[in-house]
Design a protein around this ligand. Structure first.
Ligand SMILES: Cc1cc2nc3c(=O)[nH]c(=O)nc-3n(C[C@H](O)[C@H](O)[C@H](O)COP(=O)(O)OP(=O)(O)OC[C@H]3O[C@@H](n4cnc5c(N)ncnc54)[C@H](O)[C@@H]3O)c2cc1C
Length: 323
């Protein structure tokens, strides 16, 4: 079995199927670490068994800041504004659950054992996965976590015009505090007047997540920096280290939705024609979170066992599967 991608979903798949002779390929280099630099809180602690790192239980507080006011109960107008800001559509998002929540933080890096780095998959044909360094891997089954438009292209499936907007790039700013802190507080910013959409005071740093202005990739820093520090009560600039702010550009950010029937068709086509099972946010092109990974791995495991004819029947009764 070949697993493409070793982020959250790929690492979980590698460990879930560890008894099946797995080859795991990832395009990033081994030093760069996981590409996800934004906030990562996990709901389902059992996922920790498959990530190869410890999870620490925390209590997180979540609220909304809008035009000088804090809200900690559900407000549908602010939820809708937030959803449109981050995804261009109105759907249920994490802003809908406010107040105190129990979550888990990953401590340290996920296990990278057995991962082949610097392996960018560019083509899949004749039961072979081909990488940009010309290496080839024969496969019986693939679990894919690379983005759906990219795997479709690698398989030679034409998707012109479908993924025009792809996913929204996100700017992440990590701002160190100069005082001790051990809280976990998240604030949502639905305001459409700047790109900051969520900020988290986690331990002694602030993680600010920003949708950039699309043309210049600017991050609107001056327009939101006052609100950002004010919501956490950090009125004095001596409390945070403005000379050591780290900025990351996360190219795979929020998913821009495509027609759901076409999305399901593509995923099924990959399975039926190429033996590729799609797992994770970008491969299934749904704004899912880590809690969907284990149930989806179980479904994939069942589908693999069913074989092609069993899957066809299953596909009919579920109208293409609900993934
Ligand atoms: C800003 C933000 C915050 C989020 N916060 C949370 C949160 O708090 N809690 C939560 O549960 N979920 C969160 N999510 C959702 C989701 O859980 C994460 O996005 C998660 O990182 C998705 O994992 P993944 O493995 O599907 O994708 P990724 O982590 O992106 O992994 C995909 C891997 O595939 C590799 N790859 C890509 N193309 C190729 C190729 N051609 N060949 C080989 N390898 C390739 C990449 O290098 C990467 O390592 C968040 C998402 C975003 C965008």
């Amino acid at each position: 079995m070949v697993i493409i991608g070793a982020g959250l979903a790929g690492t979980a798949a590698k460990n879930y199927f560890s008894n099946r002779g797995v080859t795991t390929l990832d395009s990033r280099n081994s030093e760069s670490g996981w590409s996800h630099k934004a906030l990562m809180r996990i709901r389902d602690p059992s996922l920790g068994n498959y990530l190869g790192c410890k999870l620490r239980k925390i209590k997180a507080y979540k609220c909304i800041y809008y035009e000088g006011k804090i809200y900690d109960t559900y407000q549908h107008n602010l939820s809708n504004m937030y959803s449109m800001k981050v995804s261009g559509s109105i759907t249920n998002r994490s802003i809908d659950n406010l107040g105190w929540e129990e979550r888990y933080l990953m401590e340290g890096e996920m296990s990278s054992e057995g991962i082949s780095f610097n392996k960018k998959v560019i083509s899949i044909k004749d039961n072979k996965v081909i990488c940009d360094d010309n290496s080839e891997y024969h496969y019986d089954e693939i679990i894919n976590t690379m983005p759906l438009p990219d795997i479709a292209k690698a398989c030679g499936i034409k998707t012109e015009g479908i993924f025009e907007k792809k996913s929204k790039i996100i700017i992440i700013k990590i701002i160190p505090l100069l005082i001790e802190s051990d809280v976990n507080q998240t604030v949502y910013f639905p305001s459409l007047s700047y790109g900051l959409y969520r900020a988290t005071l986690q331990g002694n740093k602030i993680i600010a997540e920003i949708i950039p202005d699309e043309i210049g990739l600017g991050d609107h820093w001056p327009s939101f920096s006052k609100d950002l520090f004010k919501v956490f009560g950090l009125y004095y600039s001596k409390l945070y280290d403005k000379n050591n702010i780290t900025t990351y550009y996360q190219t795979n950010g929020k998913i821009m939705p495509i027609n759901n029937e076409y999305r399901k068709y593509l995923i099924l086509e990959l399975t039926e024609r190429f033996g590729i099972y799609s797992l994770g946010r970008y491969a299934t092109w749904r704004n899912i979170t880590s809690e969907d990974i284990l149930p989806d791995l179980e479904k994939i495991s069942q589908l693999m066992e069913m074989g092609k004819y069993g899957r066809k029947y299953y596909g009919k009764i579920t109208n293409g599967g609900n993934r």
